[in-house]
Design a protein around this ligand. Structure first.
Ligand code: PLP
Length: 414
């Protein structure tokens, strides 16, 4: 049976009413017949029928023993780190998502959990960083924003030899393209906010555990700490997942065409996209991913690098915003936005230059997207860099719904 049919079959028809769409059980508690005697639900932090449909669906998608839905991707990451104890160490991918970096460095370091950051696309660097205290490998593949690829099969071998848990943030690839648990990982997390929900209308996170034992532990922390996903957002996410495969395929198809266009443009120094043979991870991505993904980063030739802002400002179809994975195309400047919290040296080492532009390719007509990039690059080629205002004073701030609200691009990390 195909992935899509199997997935749709996994969304149950409501046994009470026959409703074909998932009912939203917007309730905090459930009436009991006698103390402790209930219909399988007693309190919605612990379990809720709408969330349960989503969690079972996600366990199925990632082929794990249990899925757990959280109120954000960060809450999902937080639940995994709670498996560790003071004195334990993490080895994390160097160009890690800025929010995860902040969590590891500003929260968990206080509790005695230390993180080492290495380029995990080079496994010798990972092996060198292992100590007797290493308990968790934290991997994003492809990474954000330079789309580096880590060999999950090989890394899972190393993890097993050293009794280290391997957790993969699969937000960029999605289970349509890559299934880390099948490649040897122990845990998968998602910012469901992105492709899984897919319409830029939900903040949500997910953990899927490979074994029942790990699932029990995550279930415990989900309930004990309480950052659960509400019923309505669970419903929206199930609805998003129903079309995930078709959306993701189209996102990737558009991205491939755009990456090829950008690679041929004279203003562009380098395009980062694992679907291009010029990308160092091209071969490996082809082995462990079904699709190359829909995030593209590119930077400009040095003499034009200051024109990144001019280009971003001139795009019309790609909206300047945090986030990715929704049906509408977005553009961002990682050094000022998603990766602002990374130290400058770590950003430079990871190839996140000040002119690196990241695109989240959406589902507008791809020719319109290419034309939009064409006109913005043309403008970027002609304009003098010093004519541009800093990004914080984007002209559309004046016409935004709350024109007097302070624009805080530099503070954000998303
Ligand atoms: N992981 C990745 C790769 C992300 O890009 C993000 C957010 O951008 C997160 C985790 C955090 O997810 P959320 O914003 O849903 O908390």
């Amino acid at each position: 049976m195909s992935f899509q049919t199997d997935l749709l079959n996994h969304i149950p028809i409501d046994p009470l009413t026959g409703a074909i769409a998932v009912p939203i059980y917007q309730t905090s508690t459930f009436v009991q017949e006698a103390p402790g005697v209930n219909k399988g639900y007693d309190y919605s932090r612990t379990n809720n029928p709408t969330r349960e449909v989503l969690e079972n669906l996600c366990a199925k998608l990632e082929n794990g023993a249990g899925g757990f839905a959280f109120s954000s991707g960060m809450a999902a990451i937080d639940a995994v780190v709670k498996l560790l104890s003071s004195g334990d160490e993490i080895i994390a991918v160097a160009d890690i998502y800025g929010g995860a970096y902040r969590l590891f460095e500003k929260v968990y370091s206080k509790f005695g959990i230390k993180t080492h950051y290495v380029d995990t696309s080079d496994l010798t660097q990972v092996e060198k960083a292992i100590t007797s205290r290493t308990k968790l490998f934290w991997i994003e593949t492809p990474t954000n924003p330079t789309l580096k690829i880590t060999d999950l099969r090989a890394l899972s071998q190393i993890a097993k030899e050293h009794n280290i848990l391997l957790c993969v943030d699969n937000t960029f690839a999605t289970p349509v393209s890559q299934r880390p648990l099948d490649l040897g990982a122990d845990l998968v997390v998602h910012s469901v906010t992105k492709y899984l929900a897919g319409h830029s209308d939900v903040i949500a996170g997910l953990v899927v555990a490979k074994t029942e034992e790990l699932a029990q532990e995550i279930r415990f922390y989900q309930n004990a700490c309480g950052a659960v996903l509400g019923p309505f957002d669970s419903f929206l996410t199930v609805r998003g997942i129903e079309t995930l495969q078709y959306r993701y395929q189209a996102h990737c198809d558009h991205a491939q065409k755009i990456a090829e266009f950008l690679e041929g443009h004279e203003l562009v120094r380098r395009v980062y996209y694992p679907g291009l043979p010029s990308h160092p991870g091209y071969g490996l991505a082809g082995q462990q991913q079904k699709y190359a993904g829909a995030i593209i980063s590119f930077d400009l030739h040095e003499d034009r690098s200051e024109n990144a802002l001019a280009i971003i400002r001139h795009l019309k179809q790609f909206k300047l915003a945090e986030s990715l994975g929704g049906i509408k195309s977005l553009v961002s400047l990682p050094c000022e936005m998603s990766h602002k919290t990374l130290p400058e040296c770590q950003r430079q080492q990871s190839g996140i230059s000040d002119s690196l532009i990241r695109l989240s390719v959406g589902l507008e007509d791809v020719q319109d997207l290419i034309r939009d990039l064409e006109q913005a690059l043309e403008y970027g080629q002609s304009v003098a860099p010093d004519r541009e205002q800093p990004l914080e004073q984007a002209p559309d701030a004046a016409t935004a719904p709350f024109p007097n609200a302070p624009v805080q691009l530099r503070e954000s990390c998303c």
